[in-house]
Design a protein around this ligand. Structure first.
Ligand code: MN
Length: 494
């Protein structure tokens, strides 16, 4: 046979294995099925273990917010584990910080001026509306901290309603998941605002009004926030605390920032400063109490170099001084010069490398402002003024002769008329009274003009200007001190 002629070649190992497999088919099938089952069981057990280790029941009040391509971060308001990180359908952490997905969210606001009135009308309802909106924003955006850069109250001795509103605001913001950081402004009483601040900071309300604490940040995860209270250069407690001899805003803020930079050098890139001052390159409104005069109180924007973001207060118009130095502006308008402002807060998103994105979140408008000008008949009859009927209105009448009963007639159409002014046009310009000449002008400007007037027009020089400024400032501080001692000059008080 042909087969017998060629020697039988030994079967290849593959063929031998194949043969063996064919003979033991039942055994092979059993092993394969068992192996698959074991693998499946291991994977399943791994998942179950991982779920047991990381997944907890979701809090009912969870607010999930998309933060990156993979994870969602929400807040549940539980103090022990404020963050909930979800990956797919799993809860992967209950205590992780939002940094695990790269974002830290802050709200920058300032100049609440709680207790302020506007031409005799209290602004507390408007301010309470802003607080409601702020609490809602904190929840919706999962905000980590709310920064209020000074002028929390309108005056050293705030009215009881204003104190109640601040107390409620802090509680509600903390309940919504944010820490609250307040620094004092030139309107606040540092001591009064700073009451029990060490104790309150344990609950998430950080009040900084003492210059001696400058350089000690409020730390939230790896973000260091340095509140700088308003620094009055004429106050020895300020200059002593900062160890400076030169009594200027630039000197005291420069020394404060030096302390901040020393501490920040040992920390990560997420550093934020809060300050209350007049930075050069910014624009004032009519409702800020003067801390500036002839540039003396202006602080160069470069003072704040070296930190990721500077949250300024004092000016009521929202504005940008440089890319990372900004004013949030006041959330509520306090003068007719602010009619065109869009009021609100700044929502900051800090990236892990310290880059900051800012976005203005508009505040609710309690009542619009309107500024009208013209003859009485034009103002009363003008169809274009229909929108102003529900607004707080300032009207300037330009009739050559002051019309009789103008206020009553205007009030019938504009029930929220707050200010009526007369600027008659025509051949004869009546001599303006002192009251109208000094209306809406800063006291320092009036004093300087007075000096110049009695000197037959010779303007005040820089030294005289500075002298008048410090005299006025001393008077204001003395008035604050008098209020602090309870000796307010109330009508009828002994
Ligand atoms: Mn202010």
């Amino acid at each position: 046979m042909r087969a017998a002629l060629t020697p039988t070649s030994p079967p290849a190992p593959f063929a031998r294995v194949k043969g063996w497999l064919r003979r033991h088919r039942a055994l092979v099938d059993a092993v394969l099925v068992l192996g698959l089952w074991v693998l499946f069981a291991l994977v399943a057990a791994g998942h179950v273990l991982q779920l047991l280790a990381t997944s907890r029941p979701l809090p009912p009040n969870l607010l999930a917010v998309e933060c990156s391509g993979h994870d969602q971060v929400g807040r549940c308001g539980e103090p022990s584990h404020p963050f909930v990180v979800r990956r797919g359908c799993r809860t992967v952490a209950l205590s992780a910080s939002p940094h695990s997905v790269g974002c830290m969210k802050l709200i920058h606001t300032s100049d609440w001026h709680l207790g302020r009135s506007f031409h005799g009308v209290g602004l507390l309802d408007a301010q309470a509306e802003y607080v409601d909106h702020l609490v809602q924003t904190v929840r919706e955006e999962a905000v980590d901290a709310v920064l209020v850069s000074g002028d929390v109250y309108d005056r050293a001795l705030p009215p009881p309603d204003a104190v109640r509103l601040l107390s409620e605001a802090a509680t509600r913001l903390i309940d919504a998941g944010a820490q609250v950081i307040l620094s004092s402004g030139n309107h606040d009483s540092a001591i009064r605002l700073g009451f029990a601040s060490d104790l309150l900071s344990r609950a998430g309300l950080h009040i900084r009004s003492d210059a001696r604490t400058i350089g000690q940040p409020v730390v939230i995860d790896d973000t260091a926030i340095y509140p700088i209270p308003y620094l009055e250069p004429a106050s020895t407690s300020v200059t002593d605390a900062l160890d400076v001899t030169e009594r200027s805003h630039t000197a005291v803020l420069g020394a404060a920032m030096e302390r901040v930079r020393v501490d920040a050098a040992g920390r990560g890139p997420r550093t934020v400063v809060m300050a209350h001052c007049f930075a050069s390159g910014s624009t004032a409104s009519d409702s800020e109490r003067d801390i500036t005069t002839g540039g003396v109180a202006m602080v160069p924007a470069s003072t704040f170099d070296g930190v990721a973001y500077t949250a300024l207060g004092h000016l009521h118009r929202p504005q940008r001084v440089s890319g990372t130095v900004r004013y949030s502006g006041s959330p509520v308008a306090m003068s007719f010069s602010e009619t065109a402002h869009t009021k609100g807060s700044l929502l900051l998103t800090l990236e892990p490398d310290g880059r900051v994105h800012t976005e203005q979140v508009a505040a609710p408008v309690h009542r619009e402002l309107a500024v009208l000008r013209g003859d009485l008949d034009d103002v009363l009859g003008g169809r274009e003024h229909a929108g102003a009927e529900s607004s707080w209105v300032q009207i300037t009448l330009t009739d050559p002769v002051r019309p009789i009963g103008a206020l009553e007639r205007l009030r019938a159409r504009f029930p929220h008329l707050l200010q009526l002014r007369f600027e008659p046009t025509g051949m004869v310009r009546p001599v303006r009274s002192y009251a109208s000449r000094v209306d809406r002008r800063e006291p320092l400007e009036v004093c300087c003009d007075f000096v110049s007037d009695v000197r037959h027009g010779a303007e005040v020089d820089e030294a005289e200007h500075e002298l008048l400024r410090s005299a006025l400032e001393a008077g204001r501080r003395e008035q604050d001190r008098a209020e602090d001692r309870g000796r307010t000059r109330r009508r009828g008080a002994a």
